[in-house]
Write a protein that binds this ligand. Structure first.
Ligand code: TYM
Length: 342
């Protein structure tokens, strides 16, 4: 039986965070055996919000090294860098011509990010979700495991796929249809717990790679000391009861981290702290984060010492990805009426 296709990606806009791990990469590793997997680093997405630089190059290698360090299998999964597969840009343009300003303007991430640019909003920032749709649709993806913040983008992708299927392959969804749709319809997969890990300094907002306050974010290559310091100084409320409640987002965030990193339910973790203080919760959570991050940090550092190996992985991944992407793009181009290249 052919496996369903699972695809996801991270922006190499900075070091990866424990939020990226819990919301995304950890789940990819858990599900990788059951799916035909495609994972990549979306360097073209990064330049929608910042100028390219040597940092981008290092961070892109580091993202791939982190994927491997977290346990993704480069033999089984297709691992590559977005800019190595030109079909992403090409399909993105075609989708841009089928998306509407209205639907793209509704993306909350665009609203958040564009507000930081004043009058000078880069066009790429607006088009960002359409490039993401191209990433997904090029590979006939069935499942997209992401954190909660990406759900809206996957839904837009699905709407675009449906629209194009209806237009170019009418009847594709009728009972007993023999017409093959242009695109598979992707479903988002969001973890029940950990889909939104919060900032350690402001638990009303998401933990982010680009937070100006370094104490707000646990990075996957922080030292043991840094992790301990950050978790122990995590902002909580002024109470003393350890309770999983939306009114205690700082506490809930630490309980959630413990739960997803140890495989226990939040209720089980909560039960272990009856009669204990915030300090106990912080010390234990810090220890669990150290135990999770240390092997990832060490393995990533080791892989970053061997760029030749990483280049080999990326070359093979891009070859595999190109072959698949070209197939979809060829079918789309034919429907649109582009003369095939000979
Ligand atoms: P990015 O780079 O912002 O985040 C990568 C993944 O990590 C998840 N995530 C979180 N999960 C839980 N808690 C958090 N605090 C947290 N922060 C981030 C994100 O939801 C995401 O799954 N647009 C995407 C990258 C992308 C993509 C794609 C993803 C481009 N093309 C195609 C899937 C499929 C992004 O910026 O992710």
């Amino acid at each position: 039986m052919t496996k369903k296709i699972m695809l996801s990606a991270v922006q190499p806009s900075n070091r990866l965070t424990i939020g990226n791990y819990v919301g995304a990469v950890m789940n990819w590793t858990k599900m990788q055996k059951d799916y035909d997997c495609i994972f990549f680093a979306v360097d073209m997405h990064v330049i929608t919000n910042s100028r390219g630089s040597e940092d981008l190059k290092r961070q892109t290698y580091e993202t791939i090294a982190t994927y491997l360090a977290c346990g993704l299998d480069p033999e089984a999964a297709t691992l590559f860098v977005q800019s190595h597969v030109k079909e992403h840009a090409e399909l993105s343009w075609i989708l841009t011509c089928h998306a509407t300003m209205g639907e793209v303007s509704r993306m909350t991430q665009f609203k958040d990010k564009s507000s930081k640019h004043g009058e000078m909003i880069p066009m790429g920032l607006f088009a960002y979700p359409v490039l993401m749709a191209a990433d997904i649709l090029l590979y006939q993806t069935n499942l997209v495991p992401v954190g909660a913040d990406q759900k809206q983008h996957v839904e837009l992708t699905r709407d675009l796929a449906m629209r194009m299927n209806n237009h170019y392959t009418p009847g594709w969804n009728k009972e007993g249809a023999t017409t093959k749709p242009l695109f598979a319809l992707p479903d988002p997969w969001i973890p029940k717990e950990g889909g939104k890990i919060l900032s350690l300094q402001d638990p009303t907002k998401k933990m982010s790679k680009s937070d100006a306050d370094p104490k707000a974010t646990l990075f996957l290559n922080d030292t043991d000391k840094e992790i301990e310091k950050k978790v122990k100084s995590a902002v909580t409320d002024s109470g003393s009861e350890i309770k999983a409640s939306d009114e205690k987002p700082g506490i809930l965030n630490l309980l959630t981290l413990q739960s997803v990193l140890t495989g226990r339910t939040i209720a089980e973790v909560e039960a272990a702290y009856v009669g204990k203080q915030y300090g106990h919760l912080k010390v234990d959570t810090a220890g669990i984060c150290v135990d999770t991050i240390r092997p990832v940090r060490e393995k990533t550092a080791q892989l970053m010492g061997d760029l030749t190996y990483l280049d080999q992985v990326l070359k093979r991944g891009a070859e595999r990805a190109r072959e698949r992407a070209a197939r979809t793009l060829k079918a789309v181009s034919a429907k649109i009426g582009f003369i095939p290249t000979t």
